[in-house]
Design a protein around this ligand. Structure first.
Ligand SMILES: Cc1cc2nc3c(=O)[nH]c(=O)nc-3n(C[C@H](O)[C@H](O)[C@H](O)COP(=O)(O)OP(=O)(O)OC[C@H]3O[C@@H](n4cnc5c(N)ncnc54)[C@H](O)[C@@H]3O)c2cc1C
Length: 554
């Protein structure tokens, strides 16, 4: 019997044509963000605009976007021992991680601003972070800690003289070698132990003086120490005079390894490109930074800087996911019209755009305050003291809700890893946890009010600059003054949230287009909205808000 004639199999795509899926977003320009560019100019770093724009184009390019994806897909691996059983405690990263790190360091996103005399150097770095962060967030951890270690290290001038030029270098040199023989260094931070992170006074790691001035040995552990391949770490430990700050190199000046036993890497919700470790110290050589017993005071200089970077990273996640959502809505149709033209989707995107602009504007204002504070401006120092904690509390708190909503704009595609949105969503809660969780920052604001009343004066002086421009803002400021008098721990979050919204509104009223400022005040101050994004009231100028945030090009 003749066999059945074989039917040619159709190619796998022959069942249908792929339509109504958006083209890839990359390449795009991550600096195509008016709130960012205007803030950069306003805060004194206009001179950096060309560099920020160049970096923005690079960040949104196919190559850098792929680095971000690969560095997260191929996670760092811990090698505790070599083949002969010797401890090595090394972490191997995918080449894309090194590409991201190299670019960030070369572009001045680590310690470089401390060696840059130009007014606005710290603003320029923050703006650079806002665009380069469109690649991925994990490598922002070691660059941030390296930036932040410099002012803390200055508490020990002899150490700063040796290490500051290397921490502010624009050379990325990975690999464990004698720090002073490298052209550029990275710094990490070890505060959190098993029994307590927020309350570092409970640290049990012991620092024993060796007899040589300033030299101690450590014995104990840390429960979280991110980026363990850094060259040096600022570590808290209990010295005879109390909790103190130490500089711990991974390789000693004679070339031998300092003891830094990495027990495990954390299996984290997100931030997966970055390694977070559990190290143990045993006769680990450490050099005292600042006086014995003043460890918290010394390391708080570092935390002030990393908190600003948490705000920056949350603002970056917002902008990145808004751009992704806008892109999808532009190319995807449902029920006969583009999503971008559907009235309710316009409401969602406009509401997200308001939040994103408020976050970016506040970030750059905080960076401007930091820049002026380090140049000796006492008023800006007082403002920075309270406003950074206020911003850290609120902007990072908004991140998870924002990224979830932006993800939903892509529908089912947004829930799938290929879209990149799950990665951004998973990153968002971290920014509220580390460098002081929500409650800790809210309570820190109360502490500033009591111990440094000039910080509250500076905050209200900033709010007064917008006085008379919007009745809802004026009413909020009056109410805030009343709330201040009643401030206590139970209601600290209410107070700090209100402070943050007033501050964001005051900045938008002064600097953003009227449509943006008006919608922000109506919803965030006067409460004329619902609990979800996309609940802006009737009459909101959605067109103006969207044209500013997501302009249609070409
Ligand atoms: C991915 C990742 C990387 C990290 N990397 C580092 C690192 O490199 N170096 C480092 O030192 N640490 C690092 N950490 C630790 C981080 O800084 C801490 O987890 C954080 O400070 C909170 O400390 P904790 O985990 O001990 O929580 P706890 O201090 O136990 O806090 C638990 C909860 O209680 C709240 N709380 C605390 N005190 C009060 C209070 N008085 N009133 C009301 N509520 C309160 C907190 O807000 C929090 O919600 C990292 C954490 C993560 C998740």
């Amino acid at each position: 019997m003749d066999p059945m004639p074989a039917q040619p199999l159709p190619p796998s795509s022959a069942t249908h044509d792929v339509t109504n899926q958006p083209p890839p977003l990359a390449p795009y320009d991550a600096s195509d963000d008016r709130a960012l560019l205007e803030g950069l100019r306003r805060e004194g770093a206009e001179w950096a605009e060309a560099d920020v724009r160049r970096l923005g184009v690079r960040a949104g390019g196919g190559e850098a976007q792929e680095w971000g994806e690969l560095a997260n897909r191929h996670e760092p691996e811990l090698r505790t021992h070599d083949r002969y059983g010797n401890r090595v405690d090394e972490v191997d990263f995918h080449p894309s991680w090194h590409d991201l790190m190299r670019t960030a360091v070369e572009e001045g996103l680590a310690g470089a601003p401390w060696a840059d005399e130009r007014v606005g150097a710290h603003v320029a770095r923050t703006a650079g972070g806002l665009v380069w962060g469109h690649t991925e967030a994990g490598h922002g951890c070691p660059t941030s800690m390296t930036y932040a270690a410099v002012p803390a290290l200055r508490a020990e001038p002899d150490l700063a003289k040796v290490y500051e030029p290397l921490l502010t270098s624009r050379v990325y040199e990975p690999g464990l070698r004698v720090p002073t023989e490298k052209a550029g260094l990275l710094a990490g931070m070890g505060m959190t132990e098993k029994q307590g992170g927020s309350d570092v006074r409970t640290n049990t790691t012991v620092a024993t003086p060796t007899g040589e001035p300033g030299v101690y040995t450590l014995r104990g552990h840390k429960w979280f120490t991110s980026a363990p391949m850094c060259d040096v770490f600022l570590v808290l430990a209990q010295a005879p005079g109390g909790l103190s700050c130490f500089l711990v190199p991974r390789v000693l000046p004679d070339g031998t390894r300092n003891t830094f036993r990495i027990q495990r890497l954390k299996d984290k919700l997100g931030n997966r490109s970055n390694a977070s470790s559990e190290p143990e110290f045993d006769r680990t050589v450490a050099w005292l930074v600042g006086p014995e017993g003043r460890g918290v005071k010394t390391i708080i200089e570092m935390v002030n800087c990393t908190r600003l970077d948490c705000v920056m990273s949350s603002a970056t996640l917002m902008r990145k996911t808004l751009v992704e959502a806008g892109h999808h809505a532009r190319y995807r149709s449902a029920f006969g019209a583009r999503l971008l033209d559907q009235p309710l989707m316009r409401n969602v995107l406009a509401d997200l755009a308001l939040e994103s602009e408020a976050a970016t504007t506040l970030t750059l204002r905080l960076a401007g305050a930091a820049d002026r504070a380090v140049r000796g401006d006492a008023g800006e120092r007082a403002f920075r003291r309270i406003a950074t904690a206020v911003g850290k509390y609120w902007v990072t708190k908004r991140g998870p809700a924002f990224t979830a909503e932006a993800l939903e704009c892509l529908g089912g595609n947004g829930y799938v890893e290929d879209s990149g949105m799950p990665r951004h969503y998973r990153e968002a809660p971290l920014l509220s946890i580390w460098e002081g969780s929500g409650n800790v920052n809210a309570l820190d604001v109360l502490r500033a009010l009591v111990r440094e009343p000039e910080s509250a004066e500076a905050l209200f002086a900033e709010l007064a600059l917008a006085e008379g421009a919007d009745t809802r803002l004026d009413a909020t400021v009056t109410d805030l003054k009343r709330q201040l008098a009643e401030a206590d721990q139970v209601t600290a979050r209410r107070l700090v949230e209100r402070m943050a919204l007033a501050l964001q509104a005051a900045l938008l009223v002064r600097h953003a287009p009227p449509a943006v400022a008006d919608a922000f005040c109506a919803t965030r101050l006067a409460g004329d909205w619902g609990h979800a994004f996309g609940t802006l009231p009737a009459g909101t100028d959605l067109d103006a808000i969207l044209e500013r945030a997501l302009p249609e090009r070409g």
